[in-house]
Design a binder for this molecule. Sequence first.
Ligand SMILES: [Zn+2]
Length: 306
Amino acid sequence: MLTEAEQYLLEQIRSGKQDAWSQLVDRYQGRLLAFARSKVRDGAEAEDLVQDTFVSFLRSLDNFRSQASLETYLFSILRRKIIDLYRGRRVNVCLLQDGLSPDGESDPGNLPLAAPDPTASWYARRDEDHDLKRSALAAALTDLIEGYKRELNFRDLQIVEMLFYCQLRNKDISQTAGVTVNHVAVIKHRCLNQIREQILRRLPRQSDAADLFTGADGPVPEAADSMIAEIWQERRLSCPKRSTLGAWMLGTLEPAWTDYVRFHVERLGCRFCRANLDDLEQQTATEPAQTFRDRILQSTIGFLKN
Ligand SMILES: [Zn+2]
């Protein structure tokens, strides 16, 4: 969802205001570049990708339906470009995935064989039924995650993040979280039930969309599993806000949240959030010094003798 400020900025950009555009570029270039650099070794290539991302953003402005924040949308365009660069190879969202699911490993587990294509849906128009499924699922997942946060149940949220955001196997999750495999399975089962209930509340029981998640009493079909991952990754449903990341960096976050953000950034190693943090660190390192210097110069220049 867009904030009012983002909405306003977009309107300005749509009507061709250069100021607004340079403001948007200024705001997002740092975090996008940090993300690109974490995936692409060559610095010049990373910069090209970010530049292309902004071009694509402008070109797709008319189709942008503001399902996510501008930041998330820009990240998803960039990620798509990196996937293209690697010819469709899986582009992991978390460091934890790199360590636990090396390329070519064919353990069935709960890793879908074909990696979900996380951003294609924002490029290609899909049919109405598909959109219906996606928005019902996104709403159900948001409910689920908000519930964990409200109860400060970050322990379960961490497990669910590893299940759906990172798509790790139960065995790997149990090792990382220090719980039994059975416990992971129980949490997963509970989650899917909740998602199913929410979906049924939002969609007509007879629709194809509802079928995808109901599957009678049997296991949730694999298609539903990878759709959850796709939407979770695409919308970054459980990523802390940038302001929360900033507070964590400054050590001003309350303890329960501190643990969760540390897990998300360091253990899970969410690349989007890490890119944001890199950018925040850069800003605090250079900007205050620079703007302060500019201010001093402006206010003192008249006093300078020729
Ligand atoms: Zn994140």
